[in-house]
Design a protein around this ligand. Structure first.
Ligand code: 9L3
Ligand code: MG
Length: 137
């Protein structure tokens, strides 16, 4: 088998003042459509991962995040059929503006203990226990 190309994607757990975590549903037409994920996206050439997240959060959710408000928590490492995904997960409790579904995606604020009821991409699922450890159930 040829080696799988390593793809770097960054994701974030936005946590509100009630300790709920934001999930976004992947839109129709995209790969993994309908599954609920931690928001984020591919790191583009020349970007630092933190810059990617700040850009994605502005484009997809209309919020402004400052780099010091992004704290690394853990990462996902998952072999898809055609590439290997490496995905750092940041947590963020502080942002400016209101979260809006700017790309028509459904959004849900979810208690950590309820994250398991949302069908997720396989890469995202193993991240749940880290969030329960961090914020409690
Ligand atoms: N992905 C998985 N979980 C996530 C994110 C943000 C992304 N929480 C996967 C889905 C795609 C790839 O990473 O296979 C690139 O994401 P996108 O650019 O299609 O959103
Ligand atoms: Mg994205």
């Amino acid at each position: 088998m040829p080696p799988l190309k390593l793809t770097l994607v960054v994701a974030v757990a936005l946590i509100d003042t009630d300790n709920r975590i934001l999930l976004a549903q992947r839109p129709e037409g995209k790969q993994l459509a309908g599954l609920w994920e931690f928001p984020g996206g591919k790191v583009e050439p020349g970007e630092r991962p933190e810059e990617t997240l700040i850009r994605e959060l502005r484009e997809e959710l209309g919020i402004a995040v400052k780099e010091p408000c992004l704290a690394p928590l853990t990462f996902a490492s998952f072999a898809y059929e055609t590439f290997h995904l490496l995905m750092p997960l940041y947590v963020c409790r502080r942002w400016e503006g209101f979260v809006q579904p700017l790309e028509g995606q459904a959004l849900a604020w979810v208690k950590p203990q309820d994250l398991r009821s949302y069908p997720m991409p396989p890469a995202d699922e193993p991240l749940i226990p880290f969030l329960i450890d961090l914020v409690g159930p």
